[in-house]
Design a protein around this ligand. Structure first.
Ligand code: ADP
Ligand code: MG
Length: 292
């Protein structure tokens, strides 16, 4: 269990990236969903004790991690959003190197674990190849392998699916489901589908604030009976959640208490509907603020 209280961070240039974040997260796969610039990476770096907040506290399984970062690091695996430059080393050698940095001193058990992780991440056959030459998907899987070294209980992954093709993303989903048993895996993304595929629990973040969090179902339920599909552009009273074309004809997905027109069809709401609704209401508020 991870409990975050009143976490705030303003960067030196005045950007308020986190504005009083409060969250309690259970074990399992948890999603942090928000658009670019929402504050996801800032929050995850802070949770991984890589940067300090201005205010707030973080408690993981009874440990106050800001007071005792070393106690957290023993339990932490972290995959940053940008997994830097790779030295001229083979996949296996680089994992051995990361294991030393994590304080794993016993060579033979380290090697045994690296072999297991290579199997799990499907990198066994390229263990002797240089990571510099890996494809995007292979690098992400390598990043996950290094995050899992030392068998951590808290795994933080910042946009692990970004830049992957659909087949690579599916493989990564399989891997994440496998590793999330009895651990807290916190995964950030701006892709709603990642959350729908993987997470039972989700926190929506925008402009440095948690807008909503809970089980995915609890976020969808309030929209039951209020999402409609229509061909005609709805009036002011309805929120357009999304617009798509089929054979050149527009389709609007609309949020409205009542049917927006006589041809509108009721739809089962999705997490994407809730996400778009929250982002739309936020931009309305910002739009109004700009006119003041
Ligand atoms: P996300 O990961 O959701 O895209 P970030 O946490 O990277 O969001 O960024 C949140 C906000 O903080 C953005 O406005 C971003 O420009 C700003 N930001 C991030 N890192 C820094 C930094 N080192 N210095 C100043 N501003 C930053
Ligand atoms: Mg980010």
């Amino acid at each position: 269990m991870l409990t975050i209280k009143n976490l705030s961070k303003t960067y030196a240039d005045g950007t308020a990236a986190l504005k009083g974040i409060n969250l309690s997260l259970p074990t399992g796969m948890v999603g942090l969903l928000g658009p670019n610039g929402a504050g996801k990476s800032t929050l995850l770096r802070t949770l991984a004790c890589i940067q300090s907040p201005d205010t707030g506290s973080i408690v993981f399984n009874g440990t106050n991690t800001l007071e005792l970062p070393s106690a957290l690091r023993d339990q932490l695996g972290y995959l940053p959003q940008y997994f830097g430059v790779y030295p001229n080393m083979s996949c296996f050698a680089l994992l051995e190197y990361f294991a030393v940095l994590k304080g794993m001193t016993d060579k033979s058990s380290t090697r045994a674990q690296i072999n297991e992780l290579l199997e799990l991440t499907n990198l066994k056959e390229v263990a002797k190849k240089k990571v510099t030459n890996f494809s995007g998907g292979m690098r992400q899987r390598f990043g996950i392998a290094q995050a899992l070294l030392g068998n951590p209980n808290l795994i933080i992954m910042d946009e692990p699916t970004a830049g992957l093709d659909p087949a690579e993303r599916d493989r990564l989903h399989d891997l994440l489901v496998t590793i999330s048993k009895n651990k807290l895996v916190l995964l950030s993304t701006h892709i709603v589908e990642d959350i729908e595929n993987l997470c039972h629990h989700v926190a929506l973040i925008n402009s440095g604030q948690i807008i909503e969090h809970g089980t995915v179902q609890s976020l969808i339920t309030p929209l039951e009976g209020k999402v409609w599909l229509t061909n005609s552009s709805p009036g002011d009273k309805a929120n357009i959640l999304s617009k798509r074309y089929q054979y050149g004809r527009p389709y609007f997905r609309v949020h409205s208490d009542l049917a927006p027109d006589s041809t509108a069809k009721a739809l089962a709401p999705t997490l994407q509907d809730r996400y778009f609704l929250e982002l739309a209401s936020k931009s309305v508020v910002e739009g109004e603020a700009r006119h003041v």
